[in-house]
Design a protein around this ligand. Structure first.
Ligand SMILES: *Cc1c(COP(=O)(O)O)cnc(C)c1O
Length: 373
């Protein structure tokens, strides 16, 4: 009998030339947080994003958000507005800076930050305390947030936006690439993301000085001197040349990866949207998602659990949608502006196996089990 293999939610998928770049790093002894692959990977991302941007590759997406907050001078006691429906890494760096996250709930068209609630939050914070220092908006699961609306509100109140594009490399908004749509953007190359360097991230800016300052901070804030001279607290956040080599190889297959994940989504939708109680998130006009993870919304918590457990029994990994930050014990004291939407999604939603390396057999197994459940 053929034993069935485990199906993962989203696993790494190498293209082929990664090893060539890594070998090159070994052969040339560039085993350091600098070198030709670091420059090459940054250039590849800059070219891909296709806008006038500067990219600094770093040790993680979380480190990239942390440095973005520093570039915006977010410090002790400041407030930063952050999408509540996200992974904790969007919000944690706010706390690293001694600042306070203020969480904003989502809207139903994209599942991302509600522009209406954002404006309510801004005016209320100004009335009660002081103007928030930054806005962190997230293209969750690859679906772009309402960029035009969020940017308009940000401009109206003169608050910079950090675009958390950790899950959205390859997504576009009216033809423009996600990551290049706000004052500062970030990417993640963690092992589960659409492309990976095992761990890594990038900061995207439109300002050359910003990039220089980010790289300076990411390499221990060393001033120009023959000895080690420091006037600022630095970090060890730069990406290594070895991992950047993996990144260069992954960039060569990014378009294929987006195509494969979008094909997964279409497959699931074709087979499962016949089931009345299962809904998919559609793309609004002009929005193009990389469909990093295919998510479904069911009718109830019980139905969601029934599906999740049926898959688990067959060694298939699925996962409830992100638990909103305003519901997390660690943020229970944080102020939030909510409408109940992300809480509902958390209770009824499920991420299905979505890797770009899933086979047709894998996908068929998944839909069969869900149909039966
Ligand atoms: C993965 C992720 C991050 C953090 O990236 P790391 O590289 O894992 O530090 C931040 N925000 C979101 C929305 C993510 O999914």
């Amino acid at each position: 009998m053929l034993t069935k293999t485990k199906i993962y939610l989203s696993s790494p998928h190498m293209g082929g030339s990664e090893q060539h770049y890594v070998n090159n790093a070994f052969n040339t002894n560039w085993i350091a947080p600098l070198g030709p692959h670091v420059d090459g990977f940054e250039n590849a991302i800059e070219t891909y994003l296709d806008e006038d941007v500067y990219v600094a590759v770093l040790s993680s997406g979380t480190a990239s958000i942390h440095l973005a907050l520093q570039l915006l001078n977010v410090g002790q006691g400041d407030e930063v507005l952050c999408q509540s429906f996200t992974f904790s890494a969007s919000a944690n760096p706010i706390v690293y800076q001694g600042a306070n996250p203020i969480f904003v709930d989502s809207e139903s068209d994209t599942w991302n930050m509600s522009p209406e609630l954002l404006e309510i939050a801004i005016t209320d914070r100004i009335k009660k305390y002081k103007k928030p220092k930054a806005i962190i908006a997230v293209h969750l699961y690859g679906m772009p947030y309402k960029v035009k609306e969020i940017n308009a509100i940000a401009k109206k109140y003169d608050i910079p936006v950090i675009e958390d594009s950790a899950e959205a490399l390859g997504s576009t908004y009216f033809g423009q690439k996600c990551g290049s749509l706000a004052d500062l953007g970030i990417l993640s190359f963690n092992g589960n993301k659409i492309i990976t360097t095992s761990g890594g991230g990038a900061l995207i800016t439109k300002n050359k000085d910003h990039k220089q300052k980010a790289v300076f901070l990411a390499t221990q804030a060393r001033d120009a001197a023959p000895h080690y001279e420091h006037t600022k607290i630095g970090y060890n956040y730069r990406m290594s040349n070895v991992l950047a080599g993996i990144g260069r190889g992954q960039m060569e297959v990014l378009d294929d990866r987006v195509h494969a994940r979008r094909t997964n989504f279409e497959f699931y939708k074709n087979y499962l949207s016949k089931i009345q109680s299962i809904q998919f998130l559609e793309e609004p006009e002009g929005f193009y998602s990389n469909r990093w993870l295919t998510c479904i919304a069911t009718n109830s918590f019980e139905q969601r659990e029934q599906i999740r457990l049926a898959l688990l029994k067959e060694d298939i990994e699925s996962r409830p949608l992100w638990k909103p930050m305003h519901m997390q014990p660690v943020f229970k004291k944080a102020i939030s502006y909510t409408n109940g939407f992300s809480e509902q999604l958390f209770n009824r939603g499920l991420c299905l196996p979505s890797g770009s390396n899933l086979t047709q057999d894998d996908l068929e197994r998944v839909v069969q089990i869900i149909s039966k459940a």
